[in-house]
Design a protein. Structure first.
Length: 149
């Protein structure tokens, strides 16, 4: 829902792992490297003047730091994820720009996020680099937004 509103490129973590990060597993060090690579990919889109969304989970402060988000969305819609190892590592973020809770459908949250990232943006006017942001949810965001740039 959010990607079309922002005209964004989406990087899904599973797709990136299958095509770019085949050499990485799920150790803490590999998770940090995967987050760094996801951030690097999104930065290339931003450097070219685009908007990027990374769809993935950063379960620890170290993975969040490696990713380098400018705008953090904590998608907190489930008690635990489907992967026990990720659940054991998960540390709720200390700070975030928006916390997506169970109430509200994806359209509601996409519109809210869009309004935060582009508050009075006229679609015919290009965004300035200062207006770009990255969004990063944690934990429950497996099928939601992780990074919007």
């Amino acid at each position: 829902m959010l990607a079309p509103l922002l005209k964004a490129v989406v990087f899904n973590a599973d797709d990136v792992r299958a095509n770019i990060s085949k050499d990485l597993g799920f150790s803490v060090a590999d998770r940090i490297e995967h987050a760094r690579r996801m951030g690097w990919l999104c930065d290339r889109v931003v450097d070219a003047g685009g908007v990027a969304i990374a769809d993935f989970v950063c379960p620890t402060p170290q993975t969040r730091s490696a990713f380098g988000a400018d705008f953090v969305i904590w998608v907190d819609r489930i008690r635990e994820g489907r992967f026990a190892d990720t659940n054991r590592l998960f540390v709720p973020p200390d700070s975030y720009d928006l916390r997506v809770e169970p109430e509200g459908d994806s359209r509601f949250w996409a519109e809210r996020i869009r309004s935060m990232l582009r508050p009075a943006h006229e679609p015919s006017t290009p965004m300035h680099s200062d207006d770009r942001a990255r969004a990063l949810p944690s934990k429950g965001g497996r099928d939601e937004i992780d990074r919007a740039t």
